[in-house]
Design a protein around this ligand. Structure first.
Ligand code: FAD
Length: 406
Protein backbone atom coordinates (compact mmCIF):
# COMPACT_ATOMS: atom_id res chain seq x y z
CA UNK A 1 0.00 0.00 0.00
CA UNK A 2 1.04 3.59 -0.39
CA UNK A 3 1.27 5.23 3.00
CA UNK A 4 0.70 8.97 3.08
CA UNK A 5 0.44 10.37 6.63
CA UNK A 6 -1.83 13.24 7.55
CA UNK A 7 1.18 15.51 8.09
CA UNK A 8 3.92 14.01 5.91
CA UNK A 9 4.54 10.92 3.78
CA UNK A 10 5.58 7.82 5.66
CA UNK A 11 8.58 5.83 4.48
CA UNK A 12 7.61 2.22 4.57
CA UNK A 13 10.57 -0.01 5.49
CA UNK A 14 11.53 -2.74 3.02
CA UNK A 15 10.34 -5.46 5.38
CA UNK A 16 6.74 -4.38 4.71
CA UNK A 17 7.23 -4.62 0.96
CA UNK A 18 8.60 -8.15 1.42
CA UNK A 19 5.63 -8.92 3.64
CA UNK A 20 3.24 -7.74 0.91
CA UNK A 21 4.96 -10.03 -1.61
CA UNK A 22 4.78 -13.01 0.77
CA UNK A 23 1.09 -12.34 1.46
CA UNK A 24 0.26 -12.07 -2.24
CA UNK A 25 2.13 -15.30 -3.02
CA UNK A 26 0.47 -17.24 -0.19
CA UNK A 27 -2.99 -15.98 -1.14
CA UNK A 28 -2.44 -16.81 -4.81
CA UNK A 29 -1.62 -20.37 -3.81
CA UNK A 30 -4.42 -20.86 -1.27
CA UNK A 31 -7.50 -18.75 -2.06
CA UNK A 32 -10.34 -20.78 -3.49
CA UNK A 33 -14.04 -20.23 -3.90
CA UNK A 34 -16.09 -21.42 -0.93
CA UNK A 35 -19.77 -22.38 -0.74
CA UNK A 36 -22.22 -19.54 0.09
CA UNK A 37 -21.57 -18.34 3.65
CA UNK A 38 -25.33 -18.01 4.19
CA UNK A 39 -25.74 -21.82 4.25
CA UNK A 40 -24.68 -24.03 7.18
CA UNK A 41 -22.26 -25.85 4.91
CA UNK A 42 -20.87 -22.55 3.65
CA UNK A 43 -20.43 -21.14 7.14
CA UNK A 44 -18.54 -24.28 8.20
CA UNK A 45 -16.29 -23.94 5.14
CA UNK A 46 -15.59 -20.29 5.99
CA UNK A 47 -14.81 -21.31 9.56
CA UNK A 48 -12.32 -23.89 8.31
CA UNK A 49 -10.77 -21.23 6.04
CA UNK A 50 -10.32 -18.96 9.07
CA UNK A 51 -8.43 -21.78 10.79
CA UNK A 52 -6.22 -22.18 7.73
CA UNK A 53 -5.45 -18.45 7.76
CA UNK A 54 -4.80 -18.55 11.49
CA UNK A 55 -2.56 -21.60 11.40
CA UNK A 56 -0.52 -20.06 8.58
CA UNK A 57 -0.06 -16.89 10.66
CA UNK A 58 -2.20 -14.54 8.57
CA UNK A 59 -4.94 -13.84 11.12
CA UNK A 60 -4.60 -11.25 13.87
CA UNK A 61 -1.49 -9.79 12.29
CA UNK A 62 -1.41 -6.91 14.78
CA UNK A 63 -2.60 -8.97 17.75
CA UNK A 64 -0.08 -9.89 20.45
CA UNK A 65 1.44 -13.36 20.16
CA UNK A 66 0.10 -14.34 23.60
CA UNK A 67 -3.42 -14.28 22.08
CA UNK A 68 -2.43 -16.24 18.99
CA UNK A 69 -1.69 -13.17 16.86
CA UNK A 70 1.37 -12.49 14.74
CA UNK A 71 2.70 -9.64 16.91
CA UNK A 72 2.91 -7.24 13.95
CA UNK A 73 1.24 -3.85 13.59
CA UNK A 74 -1.62 -2.07 11.84
CA UNK A 75 0.42 -1.69 8.65
CA UNK A 76 0.73 -5.48 8.37
CA UNK A 77 -3.05 -5.68 8.84
CA UNK A 78 -3.63 -3.02 6.18
CA UNK A 79 -1.27 -4.57 3.65
CA UNK A 80 -2.79 -8.00 4.12
CA UNK A 81 -6.35 -6.63 3.85
CA UNK A 82 -5.48 -5.02 0.53
CA UNK A 83 -3.75 -8.13 -0.83
CA UNK A 84 -6.71 -10.20 0.35
CA UNK A 85 -9.09 -8.05 -1.69
CA UNK A 86 -6.83 -8.23 -4.72
CA UNK A 87 -6.76 -12.03 -4.41
CA UNK A 88 -10.56 -12.04 -4.03
CA UNK A 89 -10.37 -13.89 -0.74
CA UNK A 90 -13.61 -15.27 0.73
CA UNK A 91 -15.76 -13.23 3.16
CA UNK A 92 -14.08 -13.12 6.58
CA UNK A 93 -16.50 -14.38 9.22
CA UNK A 94 -14.04 -13.15 11.85
CA UNK A 95 -14.39 -9.60 10.51
CA UNK A 96 -16.37 -8.27 13.52
CA UNK A 97 -13.94 -10.02 15.88
CA UNK A 98 -10.82 -8.79 14.10
CA UNK A 99 -11.95 -5.24 13.41
CA UNK A 100 -13.72 -4.21 16.58
CA UNK A 101 -14.79 -6.88 19.11
CA UNK A 102 -11.25 -8.14 19.73
CA UNK A 103 -9.63 -4.66 19.81
CA UNK A 104 -12.35 -3.45 22.21
CA UNK A 105 -11.68 -6.43 24.50
CA UNK A 106 -7.94 -5.72 24.40
CA UNK A 107 -8.64 -2.23 25.75
CA UNK A 108 -11.33 -3.07 28.30
CA UNK A 109 -11.29 -6.74 29.38
CA UNK A 110 -9.11 -7.85 32.30
CA UNK A 111 -6.06 -10.07 31.82
CA UNK A 112 -7.86 -13.32 32.68
CA UNK A 113 -10.70 -12.51 30.27
CA UNK A 114 -8.31 -11.62 27.46
CA UNK A 115 -6.45 -14.91 27.93
CA UNK A 116 -9.74 -16.83 27.98
CA UNK A 117 -11.55 -15.14 25.09
CA UNK A 118 -9.10 -13.79 22.55
CA UNK A 119 -7.28 -16.96 21.35
CA UNK A 120 -10.46 -18.92 20.46
CA UNK A 121 -12.00 -15.75 18.99
CA UNK A 122 -9.04 -15.30 16.65
CA UNK A 123 -8.94 -18.94 15.56
CA UNK A 124 -12.71 -18.97 14.92
CA UNK A 125 -13.01 -21.67 17.58
CA UNK A 126 -15.59 -19.39 19.19
CA UNK A 127 -17.71 -17.09 17.02
CA UNK A 128 -18.53 -13.75 18.64
CA UNK A 129 -21.24 -11.31 17.69
CA UNK A 130 -22.15 -7.74 18.62
CA UNK A 131 -25.32 -7.29 20.67
CA UNK A 132 -26.01 -3.56 20.69
CA UNK A 133 -29.11 -2.91 18.53
CA UNK A 134 -32.61 -3.59 19.81
CA UNK A 135 -36.01 -3.02 18.24
CA UNK A 136 -36.20 0.30 20.13
CA UNK A 137 -32.51 1.19 20.12
CA UNK A 138 -30.53 1.65 16.90
CA UNK A 139 -29.27 5.13 16.12
CA UNK A 140 -30.46 6.05 19.59
CA UNK A 141 -28.26 3.44 21.21
CA UNK A 142 -28.67 5.06 24.63
CA UNK A 143 -32.26 3.72 24.60
CA UNK A 144 -30.98 0.14 25.16
CA UNK A 145 -33.57 -1.59 27.33
CA UNK A 146 -32.27 -5.14 27.81
CA UNK A 147 -32.11 -5.47 31.59
CA UNK A 148 -29.34 -7.11 33.62
CA UNK A 149 -30.07 -7.46 37.33
CA UNK A 150 -27.25 -8.30 39.70
CA UNK A 151 -28.04 -11.34 41.83
CA UNK A 152 -25.18 -12.78 43.92
CA UNK A 153 -22.11 -13.37 41.80
CA UNK A 154 -23.83 -12.85 38.50
CA UNK A 155 -26.47 -11.07 36.43
CA UNK A 156 -29.84 -12.22 35.15
CA UNK A 157 -30.50 -10.80 31.70
CA UNK A 158 -33.88 -10.27 30.00
CA UNK A 159 -34.47 -8.53 26.68
CA UNK A 160 -34.08 -8.68 22.94
CA UNK A 161 -31.25 -7.86 20.55
CA UNK A 162 -31.67 -7.54 16.79
CA UNK A 163 -29.72 -7.26 13.52
CA UNK A 164 -27.10 -9.51 15.07
CA UNK A 165 -24.62 -10.36 12.31
CA UNK A 166 -23.75 -14.10 12.36
CA UNK A 167 -26.07 -14.42 15.41
CA UNK A 168 -27.24 -17.77 14.05
CA UNK A 169 -23.75 -19.23 14.42
CA UNK A 170 -22.40 -17.22 17.36
CA UNK A 171 -21.20 -18.73 20.62
CA UNK A 172 -20.83 -15.48 22.51
CA UNK A 173 -22.24 -11.96 22.35
CA UNK A 174 -20.51 -8.68 23.29
CA UNK A 175 -23.69 -7.15 24.67
CA UNK A 176 -24.70 -3.70 25.87
CA UNK A 177 -27.30 -3.99 28.65
CA UNK A 178 -28.94 -1.79 31.24
CA UNK A 179 -27.91 -2.37 34.84
CA UNK A 180 -29.13 1.04 36.05
CA UNK A 181 -32.68 2.40 36.18
CA UNK A 182 -34.76 2.36 32.95
CA UNK A 183 -34.73 5.49 30.83
CA UNK A 184 -31.43 6.83 32.18
CA UNK A 185 -29.90 7.11 28.70
CA UNK A 186 -26.13 6.74 28.59
CA UNK A 187 -25.97 6.20 32.35
CA UNK A 188 -26.39 2.76 33.90
CA UNK A 189 -25.25 0.79 30.84
CA UNK A 190 -22.85 -2.15 31.16
CA UNK A 191 -21.14 -4.57 28.77
CA UNK A 192 -21.43 -8.32 29.27
CA UNK A 193 -20.05 -11.29 27.34
CA UNK A 194 -23.12 -13.51 27.08
CA UNK A 195 -22.77 -17.24 26.39
CA UNK A 196 -25.32 -17.85 23.62
CA UNK A 197 -25.10 -21.64 23.94
CA UNK A 198 -26.65 -21.67 27.42
CA UNK A 199 -30.28 -21.78 28.67
CA UNK A 200 -32.67 -18.88 28.11
CA UNK A 201 -31.23 -17.92 24.70
CA UNK A 202 -33.46 -18.10 21.64
CA UNK A 203 -31.81 -17.15 18.34
CA UNK A 204 -34.13 -16.57 15.38
CA UNK A 205 -32.65 -15.88 11.94
CA UNK A 206 -34.04 -12.82 10.14
CA UNK A 207 -34.87 -13.58 6.51
CA UNK A 208 -34.14 -10.38 4.61
CA UNK A 209 -35.84 -9.03 1.52
CA UNK A 210 -33.19 -10.68 -0.69
CA UNK A 211 -33.76 -14.06 0.98
CA UNK A 212 -30.57 -14.27 3.01
CA UNK A 213 -30.28 -14.82 6.76
CA UNK A 214 -27.05 -13.12 7.79
CA UNK A 215 -28.76 -11.47 10.77
CA UNK A 216 -30.63 -12.86 13.75
CA UNK A 217 -32.87 -11.68 16.53
CA UNK A 218 -31.65 -12.88 19.91
CA UNK A 219 -34.18 -13.24 22.72
CA UNK A 220 -32.73 -13.42 26.23
CA UNK A 221 -34.97 -14.75 29.01
CA UNK A 222 -33.54 -15.13 32.50
CA UNK A 223 -30.06 -15.69 31.08
CA UNK A 224 -27.44 -16.01 33.83
CA UNK A 225 -24.11 -14.30 33.23
CA UNK A 226 -21.33 -14.68 35.85
CA UNK A 227 -19.84 -11.42 37.05
CA UNK A 228 -16.49 -12.69 35.73
CA UNK A 229 -18.01 -12.22 32.24
CA UNK A 230 -18.68 -8.51 32.74
CA UNK A 231 -16.51 -6.39 30.44
CA UNK A 232 -15.16 -3.40 32.36
CA UNK A 233 -16.95 -1.95 35.38
CA UNK A 234 -20.67 -1.74 35.94
CA UNK A 235 -21.91 1.53 34.44
CA UNK A 236 -19.01 1.83 31.97
CA UNK A 237 -21.03 0.41 29.08
CA UNK A 238 -21.47 3.64 27.13
CA UNK A 239 -17.76 4.51 27.09
CA UNK A 240 -16.86 0.94 26.08
CA UNK A 241 -19.52 0.91 23.34
CA UNK A 242 -18.24 4.21 21.92
CA UNK A 243 -14.67 2.89 21.85
CA UNK A 244 -15.87 -0.26 20.10
CA UNK A 245 -17.76 1.80 17.52
CA UNK A 246 -14.68 3.91 16.81
CA UNK A 247 -12.86 0.69 15.86
CA UNK A 248 -15.86 -0.46 13.80
CA UNK A 249 -15.89 2.81 11.85
CA UNK A 250 -12.10 2.80 11.51
CA UNK A 251 -10.27 2.40 8.20
CA UNK A 252 -10.89 -0.76 6.22
CA UNK A 253 -7.73 -1.02 4.14
CA UNK A 254 -9.35 -3.52 1.79
CA UNK A 255 -12.24 -1.15 1.06
CA UNK A 256 -10.66 0.96 -1.71
CA UNK A 257 -9.54 -2.16 -3.61
CA UNK A 258 -13.09 -3.51 -3.33
CA UNK A 259 -14.59 -0.25 -4.61
CA UNK A 260 -12.08 -0.08 -7.45
CA UNK A 261 -12.96 -3.64 -8.50
CA UNK A 262 -16.69 -2.81 -8.58
CA UNK A 263 -16.05 0.29 -10.63
CA UNK A 264 -13.71 -1.53 -13.02
CA UNK A 265 -16.41 -4.17 -13.61
CA UNK A 266 -18.94 -1.45 -14.41
CA UNK A 267 -16.51 0.34 -16.72
CA UNK A 268 -15.84 -2.96 -18.54
CA UNK A 269 -19.58 -3.41 -19.05
CA UNK A 270 -19.84 0.11 -20.44
CA UNK A 271 -16.89 -0.51 -22.75
CA UNK A 272 -18.52 -3.71 -23.97
CA UNK A 273 -21.81 -1.96 -24.67
CA UNK A 274 -21.14 -0.71 -28.19
CA UNK A 275 -23.63 1.83 -29.54
CA UNK A 276 -25.88 1.06 -32.47
CA UNK A 277 -27.26 -2.31 -31.53
CA UNK A 278 -30.87 -2.79 -30.58
CA UNK A 279 -31.01 -3.56 -26.89
CA UNK A 280 -34.39 -5.27 -27.07
CA UNK A 281 -33.21 -7.81 -29.62
CA UNK A 282 -29.97 -8.49 -27.83
CA UNK A 283 -30.41 -11.87 -26.17
CA UNK A 284 -28.18 -11.99 -23.19
CA UNK A 285 -27.80 -14.18 -20.11
CA UNK A 286 -29.06 -12.44 -16.93
CA UNK A 287 -26.35 -10.15 -15.61
CA UNK A 288 -24.48 -9.89 -18.91
CA UNK A 289 -23.82 -6.32 -20.07
CA UNK A 290 -26.39 -4.37 -22.03
CA UNK A 291 -25.49 -3.78 -25.65
CA UNK A 292 -26.56 -0.28 -26.49
CA UNK A 293 -25.95 2.68 -24.26
CA UNK A 294 -27.96 4.97 -26.47
CA UNK A 295 -31.02 2.80 -25.92
CA UNK A 296 -30.85 3.15 -22.16
CA UNK A 297 -32.29 6.61 -21.86
CA UNK A 298 -32.84 9.57 -24.08
CA UNK A 299 -30.51 11.83 -22.08
CA UNK A 300 -27.64 9.41 -21.78
CA UNK A 301 -24.77 9.41 -24.19
CA UNK A 302 -21.37 7.80 -24.03
CA UNK A 303 -19.55 11.04 -23.15
CA UNK A 304 -21.89 11.68 -20.23
CA UNK A 305 -21.49 8.12 -18.98
CA UNK A 306 -17.72 8.32 -19.27
CA UNK A 307 -17.85 11.60 -17.37
CA UNK A 308 -19.73 9.92 -14.54
CA UNK A 309 -17.30 7.02 -14.51
CA UNK A 310 -14.38 9.47 -14.42
CA UNK A 311 -15.87 11.28 -11.42
CA UNK A 312 -16.23 7.93 -9.65
CA UNK A 313 -12.62 7.03 -10.43
CA UNK A 314 -11.57 10.28 -8.73
CA UNK A 315 -13.72 9.42 -5.73
CA UNK A 316 -12.19 5.94 -5.47
CA UNK A 317 -8.80 7.62 -5.46
CA UNK A 318 -10.03 9.99 -2.72
CA UNK A 319 -11.25 6.99 -0.72
CA UNK A 320 -7.83 5.41 -1.06
CA UNK A 321 -6.14 8.59 0.16
CA UNK A 322 -8.50 8.98 3.14
CA UNK A 323 -7.95 5.34 4.07
CA UNK A 324 -4.17 5.60 3.78
CA UNK A 325 -4.19 8.69 6.00
CA UNK A 326 -6.18 6.89 8.68
CA UNK A 327 -3.98 3.79 8.47
CA UNK A 328 -0.85 5.94 8.72
CA UNK A 329 -2.35 7.76 11.73
CA UNK A 330 -3.08 4.42 13.41
CA UNK A 331 0.47 3.30 12.61
CA UNK A 332 1.77 6.39 14.42
CA UNK A 333 -0.25 5.28 17.44
CA UNK A 334 -3.25 7.61 17.13
CA UNK A 335 -6.54 6.14 18.33
CA UNK A 336 -9.41 6.10 15.83
CA UNK A 337 -11.77 8.99 16.51
CA UNK A 338 -14.37 11.12 14.78
CA UNK A 339 -12.27 11.14 11.56
CA UNK A 340 -13.37 7.53 11.08
CA UNK A 341 -16.86 8.85 10.40
CA UNK A 342 -15.56 10.79 7.39
CA UNK A 343 -14.17 7.65 5.77
CA UNK A 344 -17.26 5.61 6.64
CA UNK A 345 -19.52 8.27 5.14
CA UNK A 346 -17.39 8.83 2.06
CA UNK A 347 -16.93 5.13 1.24
CA UNK A 348 -20.53 4.06 1.85
CA UNK A 349 -21.87 6.82 -0.42
CA UNK A 350 -19.29 6.04 -3.09
CA UNK A 351 -20.17 2.33 -3.14
CA UNK A 352 -23.86 3.11 -3.37
CA UNK A 353 -23.30 5.55 -6.24
CA UNK A 354 -21.27 2.97 -8.21
CA UNK A 355 -24.03 0.39 -7.84
CA UNK A 356 -26.75 2.92 -8.66
CA UNK A 357 -24.98 4.07 -11.81
CA UNK A 358 -24.89 0.42 -12.90
CA UNK A 359 -28.61 0.17 -12.20
CA UNK A 360 -29.35 3.39 -14.11
CA UNK A 361 -27.38 2.18 -17.11
CA UNK A 362 -28.21 -1.48 -17.29
CA UNK A 363 -31.44 -1.83 -15.36
CA UNK A 364 -32.66 -4.49 -13.01
CA UNK A 365 -31.23 -7.39 -14.97
CA UNK A 366 -27.78 -6.36 -13.86
CA UNK A 367 -28.82 -7.23 -10.32
CA UNK A 368 -30.57 -10.50 -11.13
CA UNK A 369 -30.21 -12.97 -8.27
CA UNK A 370 -26.92 -14.82 -8.54
CA UNK A 371 -24.92 -12.04 -10.20
CA UNK A 372 -22.09 -10.41 -8.20
CA UNK A 373 -23.96 -7.12 -8.57
CA UNK A 374 -26.96 -8.62 -6.77
CA UNK A 375 -25.05 -8.85 -3.49
CA UNK A 376 -23.21 -5.58 -4.16
CA UNK A 377 -26.55 -3.82 -4.38
CA UNK A 378 -27.64 -5.00 -0.94
CA UNK A 379 -24.23 -4.59 0.66
CA UNK A 380 -23.88 -1.04 -0.62
CA UNK A 381 -27.26 -0.11 0.82
CA UNK A 382 -26.38 -1.72 4.15
CA UNK A 383 -23.10 0.22 4.18
CA UNK A 384 -25.03 3.42 4.91
CA UNK A 385 -26.58 1.82 8.01
CA UNK A 386 -24.26 -0.51 9.94
CA UNK A 387 -21.85 0.94 12.48
CA UNK A 388 -24.12 3.99 12.69
CA UNK A 389 -26.33 5.30 9.88
CA UNK A 390 -25.09 7.99 7.45
CA UNK A 391 -27.13 10.71 9.20
CA UNK A 392 -25.47 9.81 12.48
CA UNK A 393 -21.99 9.96 10.88
CA UNK A 394 -22.87 13.42 9.55
CA UNK A 395 -23.88 14.48 13.04
CA UNK A 396 -20.54 13.21 14.41
CA UNK A 397 -18.64 15.17 11.73
CA UNK A 398 -20.68 18.34 12.33
CA UNK A 399 -20.39 18.10 16.07
CA UNK A 400 -16.91 16.76 16.74
CA UNK A 401 -14.88 17.79 13.69
CA UNK A 402 -16.55 21.05 12.67
CA UNK A 403 -17.73 22.14 16.12
CA UNK A 404 -21.09 23.25 14.73
CA UNK A 405 -23.79 24.08 17.28
CA UNK A 406 -26.33 21.33 17.94
C1 FAD B 1 -25.18 -4.95 7.53
C2 FAD B 1 -25.58 -4.60 8.94
C3 FAD B 1 -25.01 -5.30 9.99
C4 FAD B 1 -25.40 -5.01 11.31
N1 FAD B 1 -24.87 -5.76 12.32
C5 FAD B 1 -25.21 -5.48 13.58
C6 FAD B 1 -24.68 -6.28 14.65
O1 FAD B 1 -23.94 -7.26 14.44
N2 FAD B 1 -25.02 -5.95 15.92
C7 FAD B 1 -25.82 -4.89 16.21
O2 FAD B 1 -26.04 -4.62 17.38
N3 FAD B 1 -26.40 -4.13 15.21
C8 FAD B 1 -26.10 -4.42 13.91
N4 FAD B 1 -26.67 -3.68 12.89
C9 FAD B 1 -27.68 -2.69 13.21
C10 FAD B 1 -27.22 -1.25 13.04
O3 FAD B 1 -26.32 -0.89 14.02
C11 FAD B 1 -28.48 -0.38 13.07
O4 FAD B 1 -29.29 -0.76 11.96
C12 FAD B 1 -28.16 1.09 12.98
O5 FAD B 1 -27.55 1.53 14.16
C13 FAD B 1 -29.44 1.94 12.71
O6 FAD B 1 -30.42 1.64 13.64
P1 FAD B 1 -31.92 1.26 13.19
O7 FAD B 1 -31.83 0.17 12.17
O8 FAD B 1 -32.70 0.99 14.43
O9 FAD B 1 -32.47 2.53 12.44
P2 FAD B 1 -33.05 3.88 13.11
O10 FAD B 1 -32.17 4.29 14.25
O11 FAD B 1 -34.50 3.62 13.40
O12 FAD B 1 -32.89 4.87 11.94
C14 FAD B 1 -33.78 4.90 10.83
C15 FAD B 1 -33.45 6.12 9.98
O13 FAD B 1 -33.61 7.31 10.76
C16 FAD B 1 -32.41 8.07 10.75
N5 FAD B 1 -32.17 8.70 12.06
C17 FAD B 1 -32.29 8.12 13.26
N6 FAD B 1 -31.93 8.99 14.23
C18 FAD B 1 -31.56 10.15 13.61
C19 FAD B 1 -31.06 11.40 14.07
N7 FAD B 1 -30.86 11.65 15.37
N8 FAD B 1 -30.77 12.35 13.14
C20 FAD B 1 -30.95 12.11 11.81
N9 FAD B 1 -31.43 10.93 11.33
C21 FAD B 1 -31.72 9.95 12.22
C22 FAD B 1 -31.30 7.04 10.50
O14 FAD B 1 -30.15 7.63 9.97
C23 FAD B 1 -31.97 6.11 9.51
O15 FAD B 1 -31.88 6.61 8.22
C24 FAD B 1 -26.33 -3.97 11.57
C25 FAD B 1 -26.90 -3.26 10.50
C26 FAD B 1 -26.54 -3.58 9.20
C27 FAD B 1 -27.18 -2.84 8.07
Amino acid sequence: MSTAGSRRPVDVPDSYHRFAGDAAAWLAAHVEELPDVDTDEGFAAHRAWERTLHDAGWSGLSWPREYGGAGGDVLHEAIFAEEYERARGPVRITRPALRFLGPALMHTADAAQRARWLPPMLAAGEIWCQGFSEPGAGSDLAAVGTRAVRIGDGYVVDGQKTWTTYGRHADRMFALVRTGPPGAGRHGLTCLAIDLTGPGVDVRPIRQVHGRTGFAEVFLTGVRVPVTDRIGDEGDGWAIAMRLLSFERGPDAGGPARSRRRLAALAADVAAAGPGRDRASDEREPGAPAADLTAIGPDLDRAAVEGELGALVARVHGYRCHTDRRVAAAWRGEQPGAESSVVKLYSSELDLDVVELGLDLFGDERTAEGTPEFLDLWHSRAGRIYGGAAEIQRTVVADRLLGLPR
